[in-house]
Design a protein around this ligand. Sequence first.
Ligand code: ADE
Ligand code: ZN
Length: 333
Amino acid sequence: MIDEERIEAIRALPKIELHLHLEGAAPPGFIRGLAQEKSVRLDGVFGEDGAYAYRDFVHFLSVYEAATSVLKTPEDYARLTTAVLEESAASGVIYSECFLSPDFCGGGDLGAWREYLHAIREAAEAAEKSMGIVLRGIVTCIRHFGPETAKRAALCAAETADDWLVGFGMGGDENKGKQKDFAWSFDMAREAGLRLTTHAGEWRGAAEVAEALRDLRVERIGHGVRAIENLALVDNLVENGIVLEVCPGSNVTLGVYPRLSAHPIEKLRERGVKITVSTDDPPFFHSTMAEEYEALARSFGWDEEVFGEIARTSVEAAFCNEDTRAALLKRLG
Ligand code: ADE
Ligand code: ZN
């Protein structure tokens, strides 16, 4: 048994989060408030308890998109960014990489995207000043919107790549299309100097992770946990230093695994895979970074040393520049 003081200390640790969808992190009260302000009716998004309600992964994606439909202006995204960073900072997060979607922010139009990005960055700068939390952006394309739509997102990413907009990735329905359908977009992003990650091995098995590495040449994998189904691939992840953005609460709530004790995060870590911990879409999964840490400590007996190791791995795997990385390592102590 871990004593409760130990749990409190673990909840309070400084945390690095590498896998967070900005819209998916929107507190339900924030979305409800915005819908009221705009007199928009949001049917089928909330349950009776006021939380987001969905049946399964595909339904989750459609509820996510319905909730996102009330975010219509750069100012809405600035307010969202502030609300999300407040939640993250309250959970001990000192650095966050957030997925941003030009498809939701201006419909893939570059001029509009620049305005949304500007608003998000201004809110992030204010949050860094007031709360000390550092944000960096990763443009994400959305797999079920298809490769042509992804190209527009990649162009937006390439045109705005810099020390703040640091990566390109892909989320969405893993059961639609193939990783290689998106190779053009990933190549474009790589050429613009962006670092790469893609969701794989959440809904499909180890072969999907292998395809992501082969066809998109990413250095991190969103989830990637089903790599555990092929130990040769796991060894390959270790040899190549591939980092997994593991989101245990998301995987359990969406039913990838029936309970945390059945989740492969500990097996992957023991075998030497570079593991990081994130929430994915915290209010959808009734989770926070502090709660993820607490659950992992209770389930696997992880102590401050293990979490310290994970935080350092996360800083090393962050897509930020070297000055930011050095400052973060200092803050971890
Ligand atoms: N978009 C937001 N959350 C996601 C997840 N868990 N998997 C794929 N796409 C997502
Ligand atoms: Zn995700």
